[in-house]
Design a protein around this ligand. Sequence first.
Ligand code: AMP
Length: 294
Amino acid sequence: MQVVETVDELRRARAALRTRRIGLAPTMGALHAGHMSLVEAARAENRFVIATIFVNPTQFEPGTDLNQYPRDLPRDLAILEAAGCDLVFTPTPEVVYPRGFQTTVTVSEVSQVLEGARRPGHFQGVATVVAKYFNLTQPKTAYFGQKDAQQVVVIRRMVRDLNMPLKIAVCPTVREPDGLAMSSRNVYLNPRQREQSAVLYRALQKAARAYEAGERNPNRLRRIARDVLEAYDGIAPEYVSLAHPRTLQELNNPTDAPMLLSLAARMGTTRLIDNVLLPPHLNTREGLTATLGV
Ligand code: AMP
């Protein structure tokens, strides 16, 4: 496995490849089984696998956890090597944003709701760095996690709007045994919060069961999930959304068409997010990619 830190090295490594079947898995490191599912899908479907590890400062709002964000490059590289990754790009902020840098990618509407409404500038930071990765690595397919569904919606919109020549694949959320979505930020939870945090997924599941029993009323489905969250003192729900999976517009009328049920909640100072697609059978690599990907 080759590890490169500069744009020149990455361009040289890319230019030397004899295959177009390149899979890309962008990450911020502190790797867990969720990240590995992206690398494994890329490995299974491509001749060459590239991962990135970069804690992108522009996607953290001022005063948040940029400096506390967990970092362990030697461990991450060992994990990627064992997973069969071929090349890892581990740039510094100066490599990604050299002096004079002044270009950004703004995906307007789908970036303004949900996470974007609470994290101003976040998706502009994401879209800009991901566009750079796509230009540098020119993958056939880039792999993203359902865990950050809105991120996929934003990137899909960017890829379509700017005619970027690649596919976006979406891998299902990997969970802890109790249902908590794996996240590098879960280490911030104290033992009591960690125990309660499984309620996010239970809220989604309760709404999904109601859906399967025939409930289609968006207000009632949102209410079912919200009631589960509100039963816990230590959890402050920020939003419960039932939205169109590509426009992210909130739904008001019953429909059998795919819907994205997503939520965010605060436990102390830690924000947690989670989501499922409805109908529930869509929460597979194929269903997610057909609904959210390109
Ligand atoms: P991050 O390092 O948090 O920026 O995540 C890098 C990629 O891994 C993104 O595409 C995430 O959606 C994906 N990812 C993070 N957590 C999970 C998870 N629990 N299951 C599946 N994918 C995930």
